[in-house]
Design a protein around this ligand. Structure first.
Ligand code: 5GP
Ligand code: MN
Length: 334
């Protein structure tokens, strides 16, 4: 972060303020972990922070300290819009383009208070007054740790804040296995563990939280998988009917895309999930190595993300979407 930005933010945060903190739509472990870490930190500085998520967060994150205070825009639009309007600072975390908040974009577009972006995705938009954006980081949570440190408040990071930060670092690094995991990441995690977090229990909360339905749905996705060794690609699909069959709830399809990559020789994996209520096919892409799924998602499927993890959507039918995808992969060099 630029020195003058840190100084300006120290000035802004020197007196108690109403502060809105916004994660992206369909918030994941990093989005919830980073917003709640910042929430607890700002509380300690005597501010009045509110985390407002565009839509609900998955159940496997509902144990996060402070998650019970999170407002869901979709469920309470007028109140949430009012809080954002009255906020004296608006933080946007774990995304870098306002459309990632869905309908909330209209409210955020009207914000006149200073905005702060903390994010690790590629190609940030320029809406924020203060932008801390760097793709070198594996998670926004790691950046929130740095942000608090830059402000000179590292000593305020307690077990609660550490728990939130640890959650996002863990989920966004695939439990410390993705290439973005650095020595610095581990040193930060060491600090967090020393603060007394229950790291093993956090893993249990996040990963050993399956319903039987969710496992059955995973089983279906694995059975539906198509593998193209010649293109180093595997993809799978889940239709709305299949989601319904296993009583899909938000979060159930999280991580399913990664199974494709566990096949020997497969470097590109995708999952296509039909959401009839929104009339879209939601797509997740993952790669191993140099194939840039962020670019692929941007070029062909109205999306974006990172080099090795991206998402997008299709407004065509499942059949048409798959046809398009199969045609595309036959021309790729992975
Ligand atoms: P996931 O596949 O887990 O939904 O998302 C993987 C990554 O891609 C995340 O970092 C997420 O922010 C990004 N991403 C997912 N969907 C979209 C999308 O529709 N548009 C953009 N720009 N990024 C996305
Ligand atoms: Mn993230």
């Amino acid at each position: 972060m630029k020195k003058e930005d840190i100084f300006a933010l120290q000035q802004l945060l020197a007196t108690p303020k109403k502060i809105a903190i916004i994660p992206h739509r369909s918030p994941d472990g990093d989005a919830m972990g980073s917003t709640l870490a910042l929430y607890h930190f700002l509380l300690k500085l005597n501010h009045k922070p509110t985390v407002i998520a565009p839509n609900d967060f998955p159940n496997f994150l509902a144990w996060l300290p402070g998650s019970e205070t999170v407002l869901i825009y979709e469920n309470d639009k007028a109140n949430c819009a009012q809080i954002i309007k009255e906020a004296e600072i608006v933080f946007t975390l774990d995304f870098n383009a306002l459309h990632r908040t869905g309908e909330m974009e209209q409210v955020l577009n009207k914000v006149t208070a200073p905005m702060v972006m903390i994010d690790h995705h590629q190609k940030p938009d320029h809406y924020a007054t203060f932008t801390y954006s760097d793709t070198i980081f594996g998670s926004t949570c790691e950046m929130v740790y740095n942000f608090i440190t830059f402000l000179g408040n590292k000593d305020l990071i307690d077990k609660t804040i550490a728990t939130c930060i640890y959650t996002g670092i863990t989920t966004d690094s695939g439990s410390f296995r993705f290439p973005s995991t650095t020595g610095t990441t581990h040193r930060i995690v060491a600090d967090l563990v020393d603060l007394g977090i229950d790291n093993s229990e956090i893993h249990n909360q996040i990963f050993d939280n399956n319903s039987f339905d969710r496992l059955q749905l995973l089983g279906r996705a694995l059975q539906n998988m198509k593998v193209f060794p010649e293109y180093k690609t595997a993809y799978t699909t889940l239709t709305q009917k299949e989601l319904d069959e296993f009583h899909y709830v938000k979060g159930d399809t999280e991580g399913v895309v990664n199974y494709g990559l566990t096949i020997k020789g497969i470097h590109f994996a995708a999952i296509f999930i039909e959401h009839k209520d929104e009339n879209i096919i939601k797509i997740s892409f993952r790669s191993q190595g140099n194939f840039d799924v962020n670019q692929f998602a941007r070029d062909h499927f109205n999306g974006g993300g990172h080099i090795n993890a991206a998402g997008g959507k299709s407004y065509e039918s499942m059949k048409e979407t798959i046809k398009k995808f199969e045609k595309l992969i036959s021309k790729l060099t992975i």
